[in-house]
Ligand binder design. Structure first.
Ligand code: MIC
Ligand code: SF4
Length: 755
């Protein structure tokens, strides 16, 4: 499992020279983000990057990480690229497919059984192509990466939107779709528009109930789910240096919820402590040699307004614990205002379940702080009112906190330890409820809380907070309780108050683990055979998508005009559908089933123009496909927000949707569409969204002269014979237009590799 020290040395060797060159060329001091990006530019891209124009810039990331639910599609694509081995160090992590039902051991064994085919596939592909394989039970991708692979000043891409977690250790780590991962593993550059820079200056120091989680909960409230779009968020200031590396990881992780490309902290003593504590002294020693380049220049931090596009300042000494939600992670409530909000909005005040852990919040520090609250429930004779679960982020953390007695404390308080996996965070939760139609509340220390995300139930109001706040709420069972000020009645009828949480940043006896769950790939994988059963319901080899026919798209039907939030969960739901992540045709049966039809306010009910009848979205689209009729999907703002899952782009492509026309896109989703050869366009005037009618026949004009920066035209032929026509924008560069023409980026790679 050893990290690749030689690779890190190589990165650091060129790092200082690159930074010096960039400083000279741009004639100004540099932010940390710029330094890391400049240090990872592909040959010949410096001028473009320095100019900070609108064009895409090519980068050479150091690593790739993939989680099982997205790795299947990434690797099915990679298998077609025709390479014997991955070009950069890569790993696969089995974490998303484990369902939480009873408890860690049974759930893990059940998962190994039900997902055997997929695990065997991922293990053998990894073995063959030189990819490190983390078995089910080893832990959640981002925690395992933070503990083993993240390094200051590095650059990584990962097929999961919370890949930015590694920013806690000073790495630029970006979530991407599987097709992007496939490119990098095939040795091709990875492109990104040079991001905007948002600086967050942290002053003061956390105390009492406030934790790193509250920083990002507050930032989410300020920036909202769209505010970080196209930007990298860089944290700095004395407050930043006071936070543990894992706390920083939490902040960067949840930066995905504001749409940020990634978030990053500079290398500091806390990072060095974490590196040494996780047995990577060598990396800390290497990083020390170029320390001044692993943080932003002093001039930048002294006058941030001059160097960042936007600056936010947060005083940690004044930061209150926050609770965000329900249904969206940017509805931020300081704890002092939360009880009133619950009452005013009529949210269910009774808390049914508190869930801590996940990739976002299961560090040693998190667990010890939460356990200090749990211990008080025991000591002060408080009966825990809500159900309570703990999801450790990795086997190493689980083993260590178990050794140190903390899991025992949770058990005493009535908690259930779940497997080291995503579980409830991604809807892999067989929640037992007596009445699913009841409005109910849960609170988690995870990051995402869209409707139905955790348990598939639209009546569940999910809130997000730090692990210690979640634990306190679970004990109280009441969302109008404020642990900072209120008392609880214990089993002896006394009024008791919870003391502030106490935690340890690092285990005093050090981290330990018996079997971390890592499997190294074969030295020579050429003999390893990868088997996919043609009759499998879970895995399906990919067929290339058809190339563009060379004409404008005329006579398209409207498949759906989606109203309001349309996240990747609406487009390609997770939970029960995760099992089909390696089978494009089967998973396509969930396409857009969560999206709300503008014309009738219903989910999964759209008009089939051929029959005039309303039916499920996937079936309707399959009917159009069978008749050779192309369609278009229309959407609102920030379409495709949330996950990196490229299924949300591949399903419409597979089922014959020709274009996605929206007010705005989330970054990863937009790229995923382009990669798959799909046309993703935006209204030049968002008000034109209103012109689209249910029975329209739609043309997209201008494709024969498709060019970067040049608008296309949409013509609507309404049923009453009238027409409307308006301009639409796109962000395709020359190369991406080639992807569109070829029917997908992979078709181009395939051709190149064959030559
Ligand atoms: C998530 O948190 O939504 C996920 C599940 O980790 C996804 C990946 C997926 O859909 O497989 C993500 O964030 O990218
Ligand atoms: Fe897994 Fe949840 Fe983390 Fe995504 S956010 S990687 S689903 S634990």
């Amino acid at each position: 499992m050893a990290f690749d020290l030689d690779m890190i040395k190589k990165v650091y060797d060129r790092y200082s020279t690159r930074v010096a060159a960039a400083r000279k060329a741009t004639g100004k001091p540099l932010t940390l983000t710029e330094k890391i990006l400049y240090a990872h530019l592909s040959e010949g891209n410096a001028q473009k990057a320095f100019a900070r124009g609108v064009d895409y810039v090519d980068f050479a990331p150091d690593r790739v990480a993939m989680q099982d639910a997205t790795a299947q599609m990434a690797l099915l694509q990679f298998m077609q690229a025709g390479r014997p081995k991955v070009a950069v160090p890569s790993t696969v992590h089995c974490d998303h497919l484990i369902q939480a039902k009873i408890g860690a051991e049974i759930d893990l064994n059940t998962a190994k059984d039900t997902n055997k085919e997929v695990y065997d596939f991922l293990a053998s592909v990894s073995d063959k192509y030189g990819i490190g394989f983390w078995k089910p039970g080893a832990g959640i991708i981002h925690q395992v990466v933070l503990e083993n692979y993240a390094f200051p000043g590095g650059m990584m891409i990962g097929t999961d939107s919370h890949t930015p977690n590694a920013g806690g250790l000073g790495m630029i780590a970006i979530g991407v779709g599987g097709a992007d991962a496939c490119d990098v593993m095939a040795g091709l550059p990875w492109e990104l528009k040079f991001p905007k820079l948002i600086g967050v200056k942290l002053t003061g120091k956390l105390s009492g109930w406030s934790s790193a989680k509250d920083v990002i909960l507050k930032v989410a409230g300020i920036l909202t789910v769209k505010g970080g779009t196209g930007a990298i968020v860089e944290y700095f200031g004395e407050g930043a240096q006071s936070l543990s590396a894992t706390g920083k990881g939490t902040i960067c992780n949840m930066g995905a919820e504001i749409g940020a490309t990634t978030s990053v902290f500079g290398y500091d003593e806390k990072a060095a402590i974490y590196l040494r504590g996780t047995k990577r002294e060598e990396i800390a020693a290497l990083a020390d040699t170029i320390k001044e380049h692993l943080t932003g220049d002093a001039e930048v931090y002294a006058n941030p307004e001059q160097y960042f596009d936007q600056v936010i300042e947060i005083n940690l000494s004044e930061l209150e614990p926050h609770v965000n939600g329900p249904f969206t992670p940017d509805l931020a409530w300081p704890i002092s205002k939360f009880a009133a909000a619950v009452k005013e909005n009529n949210w269910p005040a009774t808390l049914e379940v508190g869930l801590i852990g996940s990739c976002t919040n299961s560090s040693y520090e998190d667990i010890t702080r939460a356990a200090s609250i749990a211990q008080q429930a025991v000591d002060k004779h408080l009966k825990t009112k809500a159900e309570f679960t703990i999801t450790p982020g990795s086997e190493q953390v689980r083993y260590t906190v178990d050794r140190d007695g903390y899991l025992g404390t949770f058990a005493e308080m009535g908690g259930v330890v779940l497997a080291n996996a995503c579980g409830p965070c991604i809807g892999q939760w067989a929640r037992h409820t007596d009445d699913p139609t009841r409005k109910n509340s849960i609170i988690t220390s995870f990051n995402r809380n869209f409707a139905k995300r955790q348990d598939g139930n639209p009546n569940t109001h999910a809130f997000v907070a730090s692990p210690e706040i979640v634990t306190a709420f679970a004990i109280a069972g009441d969302l109008t309780f404020n642990p900072l000020t209120d008392t609880l009645t214990n089993e002896q009828g006394q009024q008791v108050k919870l003391d502030e949480p106490q935690g340890l940043e690092m285990p005093i006896k050090g981290y330990a683990v018996e079997d971390a769950g890592y499997q190294a790939p074969a030295e020579d994988g050429s003999k390893v055979e990868v088997k996919v059963d043609p009759k499998s319901a879970r895995l399906q080899l990919l067929d290339p998508f058809a190339a563009w026919e060379g004409t404008d798209l005329n006579g398209l039907k409207l498949l759906i005009k989606a109203k309001g939030k349309c996240t990747t969960d609406h487009i390609s739901m997770a939970g029960p559908w995760l099992k089909f992540r390696g089978h494009l045709d089967n998973i396509s049966n969930n396409m857009l089933i969560g999206a709300i039809n503008y014309f009738n306010g219903l989910a999964d009910s759209v008009k089939n123009e051929l029959t005039g009848e309303y039916g499920p979205v996937p079936a309707t689209q399959r009917d159009y496909k069978a008749h050779g009729i192309g369609t278009i999907v229309v959407g609102d703002e920030n379409y495709g927000e949330g996950s990196s899952r490229e299924h949300a782009a591949m399903e419409p492509r597979h089922l014959g949707v020709r274009a996605i026309l929206v007010k705005s896109f989330a970054r990863i989703h937009e790229t995923n569409l382009k990669k798959q050869g799909m046309l993703g366009i935006t209204f030049a005037d968002p008000a034109d969204y209103d012109k689209i009618q249910e029975d329209d026949s739609i043309d997209i004009k201008g494709l024969t002269s498709f060019a970067p920066g040049k608008q296309l035209t949409v013509v609507l032929h309404h049923k009453d014979g009238s027409t409307d026509s308006f301009a639409v924008n796109h962000t395709y560069n020359a190369q991406q237009i080639e992807w569109f023409k070829a029917g997908g980026a992979l078709n181009i790679i395939r051709k190149q590799m064959a030559n």
